[in-house]
Design a protein around this ligand. Structure first.
Ligand code: 13P
Length: 245
């Protein structure tokens, strides 16, 4: 299983360092008992160095929220995979719905990012998910299939270098999570498409009070948590729900 904390653009480097320390204190002992549950935090780029120092020798992984599709050059505002690797990053999120919808990153661009990341041996958390309009017009599976087909095109993927995060756009930051059955149905679809051994995690308003019912579902292998990952205690409660699976 996999638990990711996506801190988005919520914390300064100092605040991120503090949160990383709190998380480490809470999680440290339990992580040794459950090596099958990987925990990873995704701070803002500017906080990676500080958080990396905190987590350095721990069992918590470090992730970044995006990655450039080239190693270096004239790409103002982008962050090179080489820089991430130098800072100890092991996972990158690609195709988060905020990148797709606010910053208009399309499947073709995301595919370039993903191919580069895999080429650099970074592990990818690739996000897919439908908007409310797409769900209501019955296009959920079609949209997700396209995101998978186009985003993963020509990629040498396996269960160790790729995790899929299903994040229905209408559930992100809204407090309205998908029902466990709804999420499970889409997770099954993704596993039928890619293979059963790939981890498929759910994101979108995961909280301590709904984590248990979601993780009980057969095809849900963990979470990508936004808001609730900013509070160490809530994040730990979600982890504890996963430990019961
Ligand atoms: P929330 O948990 O705040 O809804 O965010 C989900 C998300 O986008 C994680 O990547």
């Amino acid at each position: 299983m996999f638990l990711g904390g996506n801190w988005k653009m919520n914390l300064t480097p100092k605040e991120s360092e503090l949160l990383a320390k709190e998380i480490l204190d809470l999680f440290e002992e339990s992580l040794k008992e459950r090596e099958d549950i990987k925990v990873c935090v995704f701070p803002e780029f500017t906080a990676l160095e500080r958080v990396s120092k905190v987590l350095n020798t721990s069992d918590i992984y470090l992730g970044a929220q995006n990655v450039a599709y080239e190693d270096k050059g004239a790409f103002t505002g982008e962050v090179s995979p080489n820089s991430l690797i130098e800072l100890g990053v092991e996972y990158v999120i690609i195709g988060h719905s905020e990148r797709r919808h606010i910053f208009k990153e399309d499947n073709e661009l995301l595919n370039k990012r993903l191919l580069k990341a895999l080429d650099k041996n970074l592990k990818v958390v690739y996000c897919v998910g439908e908007t409310l309009e797409e769900r209501e017009s019955g296009k959920t599976f079609e949209v997700i299939e396209t995101q998978l087909k186009e985003g993963l095109k020509n990629a040498n993927i396996n269960k160790d270098n790729l995790i899929i995060a299903y994040e229905p756009v209408w559930a992100i930051g809204t407090g309205k999570a998908a029902t466990p059955e709804m999420a499970n149905e889409v997770h099954k679809f993704i596993k039928d498409f890619l293979g059963n051994d790939f981890l498929v995690i759910y994101g979108g308003s995961v909280k301590p009070n709904n984590a248990k019912s979601l993780i009980e579902q057969k095809f849900i292998d963990g979470f990508l948590v936004g808001g609730a990952s900013l509070k160490a205690k809530d994040f730990f409660e979600i982890y504890n729900a996963m430990r019961e699976k």
